[in-house]
Each structure stands twice: as C-alpha cells, then as structure tokens.
Design a binder for this molecule. Structure first.
Ligand SMILES: [Zn+2]
Length: 377
C-alpha cells in the first residue's frame, strides 16, 4: 500500500538539476574570464532611496548568467547574483521565486506546527507552549490535525467494530512506539526547509547555488527515506525482521544516492537523467514492501483508509510531476505566469498536498497499531 512512496520523488527539483548542468557549462567560461565578479559589477543597480544598501533590480531571463537559466518560459522578474542580505530580504518582495519560497516555507511551518501538536500529546511542557502561542500556524496545524482526526475516529470505529479484529484487541497492552512517525515529520520539515532556502538564496552566487542544489538533493533523498518509516514500521510491527530489512535497505539507498550526488562527476550535465533515476528508483523500490504488505494485510480494515490516503498522495505527486516536467502553463504563454501561476508553484503546492496525505496515512497506521497491537505469540 505504500507503493505510492515512489511518488515522493517528485520533490526532486529537476529544474535545479538543469541549473546544475548549466552551471557546469558556465563554470568553465567564468573561470576562464573571471566573469563572475565582472558580471556582478555589471549588475544593474538603482539608487537605494536614501539607505546605505543598494536596491538591486530584477532582470530578464536573457540577462542571467548561464547557470541560472533554467526555464526559458519565465521571462522576467529574476534576481541575479544579489548580495546575501538582499536575497534574504527578498522573502518579502515580489519576484518570480516569491511563491516558490513561501509555498514550501508555509509547508515547513505547517509540519512544524503538526510536530508541536503531536509532541504536546507526550510532553506537557510542549502542550503548555502551544497553549500560550496564539500564532496562526499552531491553529492551522490543530485544524488540519483535527480534520484528519475526524477521519481517523471513523477508521478506528470501523476497526473496533470489525469482528475479525476483536481477537486482536485483547492483545493490546500499550500505545505503539511513536518515533517512526516523528522521523517522518522531521524529514518532511528538512526537505521543505531546504527547498525553500534553495529558492530563496540560490540567486546569490554560483558556489552557493551549487551548495543549495546539493542540500536540496539531500532533502529529497531524506524525504523519500523517511516516508518509508511509518508504513514499514507499523505494517511489519509484528515481524521486526522485515522492518530491519526494508528500513535498512531504503536508508542505505538514500545514503548511497546522496553520496553519489555529491560527486562532481555525477553533477555533470550528461548525468542528469541518471540523477533523476536515482530518486525514481528509490521511490519505486517501495513497490516491494507494498506488495508484501498487501499480501500480509489483505483483510486489514485500515488498509482501505490508508490506501485512500496513499492514493491521494500518489495523485498529488504524479500530477505535480506532470506540471513540473511539462512546464505548463507558462509554456503556452511565456511571460504571462512569471510571478504567479507557473508550473513550479503548482508543483510545490501539490508536494505539500502529497506530504499531508502521507501524514494522514501515517496517523491511520499509528492508530491501527494502537488498537491492535500484535497478537500474542
Ligand atoms: Zn522547488
């Protein structure tokens, strides 16, 4: 049922891969002519309006250094080689990355809020903290949590009233362990925050651009690996050797992928497809435990609820990937969607939706295990 894990790969920012590829080509030119500094000096500036800091103008696609040219259908409103402080402050101004930054920053805040809400269930100090915070994020998180909680209580009722589970109910002695759930939340926060940072700051310089792309790759790999933790852990809770096999395998695959992507050789343009394949392969490897789990839990009532959530995750990620790959709608009207409505923004929103659906599934797995425990052996 977690074959849809494969869809997690859509977190991949292949446009950044393209940027990395372009960067490779640009690197030689820049190193030959010291073009980077010159280009930065050539940067068009406007008066600072009385402040000490220069105000940097937004530029068009054709004015970008080669390594930043990644989507020729977005024509204007680029930040190009801005000082780091200006780049940070551009969080609060309009350019063609504003919505890309904020979608994943808000996604990060949402998952942070959810984490606090769940931690509050186990640590009274955190609950007190949430109680004192009136900021909207924790409210949003609570609402999302309670909406999903409504669905869950329905699922739990279904599980409890199902006669095949009554015998399992007798074996329940305590709450199941929570750490695989928190591993997922932490990994999702890391992925969303590194993506947001990448969109915010990669306009600063070639070297920071390359670093942030690698951080983003790492975030994607982490997101894929941690997405395996709740389903695998809770489905195979009564067969720990399968937990060890699958979680070790996906973790090793993640470490290997990150290691491979750090190598300059694999960053070369001609390996772009290979890099994408690494993420796709990681995600698709979820098919193996999914088929196994379907066989083991074929009569499990929570299966339908988790399938619905994981199906929603798969659809979100796959539709997001389709937008991302086709670069629709900006391809149809280049320049019309520079600030709002371009494919990457839609892709980001769908990544959040997919991650939330997976969160919903994780909660169902968790609650189902709380209800059932393992049959006494
Ligand atoms: Zn992105």
């Amino acid at each position: 049922m977690e074959s849809e894990e494969g869809a997690t790969v859509v977190c991949a920012h292949a446009h950044q891969e393209e940027a990395a590829a372009a960067a490779e080509a640009a690197a030689a030119m820049k190193e030959a002519g010291g073009g980077g500094k010159r280009r930065r000096k050539q940067q068009r500036k406007q008066g600072g309006g009385g402040g000490g800091r220069k105000k940097y103008a937004l530029v068009s696609y054709h004015e970008l250094p080669e390594y930043m040219k990644e989507n020729e259908f977005i024509l204007n409103y680029y930040r190009s080689e801005w000082p780091i402080l200006n780049a940070v402050l551009s969080l609060f101004s309009w350019h063609n990355e504003t919505i890309n930054i904020w979608t994943h920053l808000l996604g990060f805040m949402l998952f942070f809020g959810l984490t606090l809400v769940h931690l509050g269930q186990y640590f009274p100090q955190v609950a007190d903290l949430i109680g004192h915070l009136s900021w909207p994020i924790s409210k949003v998180a609570e609402n999302v949590s309670s909406n999903i909680g409504d669905v869950l209580s329905g699922a739990a009722m279904f599980i409890q009233t199902n006669p095949t589970l009554v015998s399992y109910g007798a074996a329940v002695t305590s709450q199941t362990t929570r750490w695989p759930f928190f591993v997922f939340l932490a990994g999702a926060m890391f992925c969303l925050l590194s993506s947001s940072a990448c969109h915010l700051l990669s306009c600063h310089s070639h070297s920071l651009n390359l670093f942030l792309i690698r951080l983003d790759y790492t975030g994607i790999a982490v997101m894929i690996v941690v997405s395996f933790f709740p389903p695998i852990y809770y489905i195979f809770q009564c067969e720990p050797h399968w937990q060890v096999v699958y979680l070790s395998a996906i973790t090793a695959a993640g470490v290997g992928t990150v290691y491979a992507l750090m190598s300059p050789r694999l960053s070369a343009a001609r390996y772009r497809a290979h890099r994408a394949l690494l993420f796709v392969g990681m995600g698709l490897s979820g098919v193996v435990p999914a088929v196994h789990a379907a066989a083991v839990n074929w009569h499990e009532p929570a299966r339908n609820v988790t399938l619905a959530y994981e199906g929603a995750m798969a659809v979100s990620y796959l539709v997001g990937t389709a937008f991302y790959l086709t670069r629709v709608p900006e391809r149809w009207r280049p320049g019309a969607f520079d600030l709002a409505g371009h494919s990457h923004q839609i892709f980001h929103a769908l990544v959040i939706a997919g991650a939330l659906a997976h969160y919903g599934a994780a909660i169902v797995f968790l609650k189902a295990r709380d209800e059932m425990g393992c049959p006494a052996s």
